[in-house]
Ligand binder design. Structure first.
Ligand SMILES: Cc1ncc(COP(=O)(O)O)c(C=O)c1O
Length: 423
């Protein structure tokens, strides 16, 4: 039997204050548990790569070395290779955003964009506004720069812009450095910001003179309903983050940022300090992959796969989850957000769920201040439909067991009924 070792960190007193608030990503921590062969994982938002044609990617990588090795294996420009930036311009035009290649820089995934923007904009103690709950990687990236994060609640139509306005009024002249939003199939909420609220958010941002960061990894993964234009299509001042991780493969670590030129120039300085330039090899490989048309069919196939998995999850939730539990119904993306009765703590259910062979991410990971304890994020992107149905059945058992325990206590008069006296 193994014994737990307490590791003392003798450098503890040496670290910068900014590291104090940076928590390990709960999602990454769960990767170890999720690797058990019998485990059904609803934890990580890992794209399904089975549809990505290995030989086409291998061909692109091989050609990158054999035909463009002098560039692909060399340092490149900090803003990214012109050919890939032109590809990005074409992708953005399909979403309704008109750009020139000079409006775009290539980043190491959207994640680097988040870090560079935080580095560029934030001083300790600054306020920023985001959705509550929000992307755990954004909390991690932002918190290193020590801001105060204000979370605006969402409903099925995305961020509540009436509550955003109330926050802006409350903050008064102090204002906020930026508003961070994931308008399409939000991570972790699964909801999409409706067009009226997109317009309202931009009106408010303009009225209060606050930059908006639009993080859009899932916009092209729509299963139903019409395309909703990105915020950037409605306002050229919006800072937009895109990524190849969900439409191609995250292993290349390629994303992009478009922003007003003065902001882009500052971000570029931050990027030069971070990595000099992105991987030219990855960029040439992506250029070659996206030069053909096959990627479109691959993306259509991926979208169909995710839609089937979403359907499998929603019908299993309907069939197995207790009536007291609520969840969102995403029209695209990777995630369903589940709200348990307030008195249940999803974090405390996790160990039991893992014993039953299923994982998820507890909701508190998606708030900077530990809210969301009664919530969980379920990723439907990775498991096959049959496994999804079985995983939801197992999870329902765990929730039912815990609910049964509470009901027994309530019947015995030992606990307040749901809602009574909930602080
Ligand atoms: C909302 C959001 N932003 C950014 C990222 C980071 O993606 P990338 O792989 O492009 O760094 C993710 C990844 O899951 C995400 O969900």
């Amino acid at each position: 039997m193994g014994t737990a070792r307490i590791v003392f960190d003798r450098w503890d007193g040496r670290y910068a204050g900014r590291m104090a608030d940076v928590r390990s990503s709960a999602v990454r921590d769960l990767f170890a548990a999720a690797s058990r062969p019998d485990m059904i994982s609803f934890a990580g938002g890992m794209p399904d790569l089975s549809g990505v044609p290995a030989e086409a990617v291998a061909g692109a990588a091989r050609d990158a070395v054999l035909h463009e090795g002098a560039c692909a294996l060399q340092y490149g420009s900090s803003e990214g290779r012109p050919a890939l930036r032109r590809t990005i311009v074409e992708l953005m035009a399909e979403s309704g955003v008109r750009l020139a290649a000079d409006d775009v820089i290539v980043t190491a995934g959207a994640q680097q964009g988040l870090d560079l923007l935080a580095k560029t904009f934030l001083d300790p103690g600054d306020t920023i506004i985001c959705e509550g709950p929000t992307y755990v990687g954004a909390i991690q990236a932002f918190s290193a720069y020590q801001p105060e994060m204000v979370c605006v609640p969402m409903d099925d139509d995305g961020m509540r812009t009436d509550l955003l306005e109330a926050e802006l009024v409350r903050l008064g002249p102090r204002g906020a450095k930026f508003i961070y939003t994931i308008p399409n199939f939000q991570n972790p909420g699964g909801v999409t910001l409706v067009p009226e609220r997109r317009r309202r958010l931009l009106e408010l941002a303009r009225a209060y003179d606050i930059p908006v960061i639009e993080d859009d990894p899932y916009g092209r993964l729509r299963f139903e309903g019409g395309h909703v234009k990105p915020l950037r299509a409605l306002d050229p001042d919006v800072i937009y983050l895109g990524t190849f991780s969900k439409i191609f493969a995250p292993g290349l670590r390629l994303g992009w940022m478009t922003a007003p030129r003065p902001i882009l120039a500052k971000v570029l300085l931050a990027k030069q300090a971070a990595d000099l330039c992105g991987s030219a090899f990855a960029q040439v490989t992506a250029e070659r992959y996206f030069a053909g048309t096959r990627w479109r069919r691959v993306l259509q196939g991926l979208t169909r796969t995710y839609a089937e998995r979403r359907d499998a999850m929603l019908s299993a939730l309907e069939e197995h989850f207790p009536a007291e539990v609520r969840w969102t119904r995403p029209e695209g993306g990777f995630f369903v957000w589940v709200e348990l009765p307030e008195f249940l703590d999803a974090g405390s259910l996790l160990a039991e769920a893992v014993e039953h062979g299923v994982t998820f991410v507890p909701g508190s990971a998606f708030y900077p201040d530990g809210r969301g304890r009664n919530c969980m994020r379920l990723a439907f992107c990775y498991a096959e439909p049959e496994a999804i149905a079985e995983g939801i059945r197992r999870l329902a058992e765990v929730i039912e067991d815990r609910l049964g325990l509470y009901r027994a206590f309530i019947d015995a008069g030992a606990l307040p009924a749901h809602g009574e006296g909930a602080a």
